[in-house]
Design a protein around this ligand. Structure first.
Ligand code: CA
Length: 230
C-alpha cells in the first residue's frame, strides 16, 4: 500500500493541482473540503500525513489540528493565508509539524511533506526517477548524470522533476508556472525560459539538438521519453 496523504482544503484551485501533483509523485492522495469530511476520512482510513487549510467553511483548521494531534502523531502541514509571525508560531504550538504560507508552489509543499515523512520514518521506499543517464532522487533532492553529481538550485530541481515525471508528454507553460512557481502567477513567464536555459546548461543539453528537453514553441516543454529496457 502506498503513502496516503489527505488534503483538507475547500478551494478547488489549490486542492486539485496539489492532489494531481501528489498522485503523479506516487502518493495516494485524496482531498476533502470541510472539517466534518476530514474527521470522517481520518476515522475511516488513517492517512500517513495531512495537509490542512486553516480557513475551512465549517470550522478552523487549527482546532482540527489540535483535535487530530490529541488522537495521533500523524504529520500535519498547515496551509495559512496569513503571513503574520504570530500565526506561524501558533500553527506550530497547536501541534502542526510544519506550515506553509499561501500562495505556495505544489512542488515546495510536496518537498516539505517528503521531508517530514522521512524525518518521522514513515516513508521507507526511496523515490527515484531515472531516464537515460540522469538519476533524480526526489527524497535527497539530488541529481546525477552518468553517476556524477549535478548541483541544481531548488527551482531548477522542481522544474526538472516535473518534466521528468511527465517524460514523453508536453508540459504546458501555464502548468509549469502553477506547479513550480505559484498557482496565482500573473506576471511574465520569461523566468521559466531563463530557468530552462540554466537547466540545459547544467545538463549539457543543446537546445538546437536536444537530448533531454525539447521546446514546443508557444506551448511548453517535453522531456525525452525513456527508452524501453533492452
Ligand atoms: Ca480555505
Amino acid at each position: 500500500m502506498g503513502t496516503r496523504i489527505l488534503v483538507v482544503e475547500d478551494e478547488p484551485g489549490i486542492a486539485e493541482p496539489l492532489v494531481a501533483h501528489l498522485l503523479r509523485d506516487g502518493f495516494e492522495a485524496t482531498s476533502v473540503g470541510t472539517v466534518g469530511d476530514a474527521r470522517e476520512s481520518v476515522a475511516q482510513v488513517p492517512p500517513d500525513a495531512i495537509v490542512l487549510d486553516v480557513m475551512l467553511p465549517d470550522g478552523d483548521g487549527r482546532d482540527l489540528c489540535r483535535e487530530l494531534r490529541a488522537a495521533s502523531d500523524v504529520p500535519i502541514v498547515l496551509l495559512t493565508a496569513r503571513g503574520a509571525d504570530a500565526d506561524r508560531i501558533a500553527g506550530l504550538e497547536i501541534g502542526a509539524d510544519d506550515y506553509i504560507v499561501k500562495p505556495f508552489s505544489a512542488g515546495e509543499l510536496v518537498a516539505r511533506i517528503r521531508a517530514i515523512l522521512r524525518r518521522t520514518g514513515r516513508v521507507s521506499v526511496r523515490h527515484v526517477v531515472e531516464i537515460a543517464d540522469l538519476r533524480l532522487d526526489l527524497d535527497a533532492r539530488t541529481l546525477t548524470k552518468c553517476g556524477t553529481p549535478v548541483t541544481l538550485a531548488a527551482r531548477e530541481f522542481d522544474l526538472l522533476a516535473l518534466l521528468m515525471a511527465r517524460a514523453g508528454t508536453v508540459v504546458r507553460r501555464e502548468e509549469i508556472m502553477d506547479e513550480v512557481w505559484d498557482p496565482h502567477w500573473f506576471g511574465s513567464t520569461k523566468t521559466l525560459d531563463v530557468h530552462i536555459a540554466w537547466l540545459r546548461k547544467k545538463l549539457g543539453d543543446d537546445p538546437a539538438d536536444p537530448r533531454y528537453i525539447t521546446t514546443i514553441r508557444g506551448v511548453g516543454f517535453r522531456f525525452t521519453e525513456p527508452q524501453p529496457a533492452g
